[in-house]
Ligand binder design. Structure first.
Ligand code: SAH
Ligand code: SF4
Ligand code: F3S
Length: 441
């Protein structure tokens, strides 16, 4: 019998990785995937709860899929991921047609859970946070045709930044064994993947120890970076307070390690950084950037930042803008602070009014837009190496990224044979979010 599944994924790269993990489990159980929930026998919604917005999106989607299940009662509907962890029981009550809620540390249970739901019609809630990171149920050929892929090297977070719900929904830090990570990397490379991004909430605290061995993050980077067939290595995210000299030095030592770092700073005011419990100052952050640039002058820097943390004044916001002006980021992901239940910041007063947050976000984004555009324009006329990922959305064009992670589209007739290869392009035009190039030779 051909049974089909559909997975809708919200949130960060961790969730993308987890969705691939579950898809592989399902394929190994004899299911096949579909892009159309209307023809699926099983629908999974992989959720995020880091801010109010992704939570709302997940709820809306669950409502819509519940209505679909009314029409197709045999369909199994499950909620997984971070919102499932936070509000599993509540969601099961609110959406009576939901068959199960499974947290991110329990996704290894997905097979048993589905069997229970299908055969015994049991409603399951699985939210244990103490489970070790699951080892992938590798499905031969699953990644064929993909040029880039993620590997999760650790689960959870121990930092408890005062605004953040992640430690509550992803549990404590747990690093995976290096041999497992290397095995997964080799398997991806055999399937044709050429670029690997190592994932963790704070990759710099990666640590795996046995009686004889000690693996820290720079060592893991060196070993993965040296695997035959790998063209590019990236990682995300690292925390400024743990950005070691060893990691900074890696950017000058590991040839495959791309000159790009995503280093969230969150705020520029030392008073706010202290309230956030981030463990560094504005000056520390700027010094880290200087050190990174002295090791790898062309390194691209991106970051996350938020406005409207409780008690943030105009002067605090001015420090955030000052940091942004000093660093000149290649790109920024900027958010309005939102209260997350159970976090320390949710109890802090006074709250910044929504209009004020919106105003600050607008100022920040307008400024960053100009910097990003300016940096892109500086590349016009330059020659760049692009790893080709596939056809672009524009007809007759292909897309790839520079080592600094900038998207480049370029026209090509024989483009398919270039996928998975590095090509040399000359940049002709710059847009805000991408560049246009032409093939050299
Ligand atoms: N582990 C990563 C971040 C994971 S969450 C790190 O430490 O950098 C992704 C981003 O969401 C954060 O960097 C932060 O900018 C934002 N974020 C987290 N909690 C938030 C909240 N309560 N309100 C608004 N933005 C938040
Ligand atoms: Fe959240 Fe801070 Fe952990 Fe990042 S480091 S996941 S922001 S608690
Ligand atoms: Fe969201 Fe969970 Fe990632 S809350 S940002 S999906 S770790």
């Amino acid at each position: 019998m051909d049974r089909k599944f559909f997975i809708k994924t919200f949130g960060c790269q961790m969730n993308v990785y987890d969705s691939d993990y579950m898809a592989q489990c399902l394929i190994n159980m004899g299911w096949s995937s579909t892009n159309n929930p209307e023809e699926a026998d099983l629908v999974l919604v992989n959720t995020c709860t880091v801010r109010a917005k992704p939570e709302q999106k997940a709820s809306t989607t669950l409502g819509r899929l519940s209505r679909l299940k009314k029409k197709r009662p045999h369909m199994i509907l499950g909620v997984v991921g971070c919102l499932a962890q936070e509000k599993g029981e509540e969601l099961m009550e609110r959406f009576p047609l939901l068959d199960f809620a499974v947290g991110p540390r329990e996704i290894a249970q997905i097979k048993e859970t589905i069997t229970k739901a299908m055969e015994k019609k049991e409603r399951v809630v699985a939210l244990d946070l103490d489970e070790p990171p699951p080892e992938p149920d590798n499905c031969p050929g699953y990644f064929q045709g993909r040029v880039t892929a993620f590997i999760s090297i650790m689960q959870g977070c121990n930092n408890f930044c005062s605004y953040c719900i992640v430690p509550y929904v992803r549990g404590r830090e747990a690093s995976r064994a290096p041999q497992q990570i290397l095995q997964e990397a080799r398997s991806l490379l055999r399937q044709g993947v050429r670029e690997i991004t190592l994932l963790g909430q704070n990759v710099n605290s990666y640590l795996w120890e046995s009686d004889k061995e000690r693996w820290d993050f720079p060592r893991l980077l060196r070993e993965v970076g040296g695997l035959p067939g790998l063209l590019r290595l990236r990682f995300t995210t690292s925390h400024p307070k743990d950005l070691s000299e060893g990691l900074i030095a890696s950017f000058g030592q590991i040839e495959t390690l791309c000159p790009h770092i995503h280093l969230p700073f969150q705020a520029g005011s030392n008073r706010v950084l202290e309230l956030m419990k981030r463990g560094y100052t504005k000056e520390d952050y700027i010094e880290l950037i200087e050190n990174l640039r002295s090791v790898r002058p062309e390194i691209a820097i991106t970051a996350d930042v938020m406005v409207g943390f409780p008690g943030e004044t105009d002067e605090d916001f001015h420090h955030t803008m000052d940091l942004i002006q000093q660093v000149e980021f290649d790109g920024l992901f900027s958010f309005k602070y939102s209260d997350r239940a159970g976090t320390l910041a949710a109890t802090m007063e006074p709250k910044v009014p929504e209009e004020e947050k919106a105003e600050r976000l607008k100022i920040l984004q307008e400024f960053q837009k100009q910097v990003t555009f300016e940096k892109n324009k500086r590349l016009i006329g330059k020659t760049v190496k692009v790893l080709v990922e596939g056809p672009s959305r524009r007809k007759g064009q292909y897309m790839g990224r520079t080592p600094t992670n900038k998207i480049v589209n370029f026209p090509a007739t024989e483009g398919n044979s270039l996928v998975g290869k590095e090509v040399t392009l000359k940049i002709k035009r710059a847009n805000l979010n991408s560049l246009i190039g032409s093939l050299l030779n």
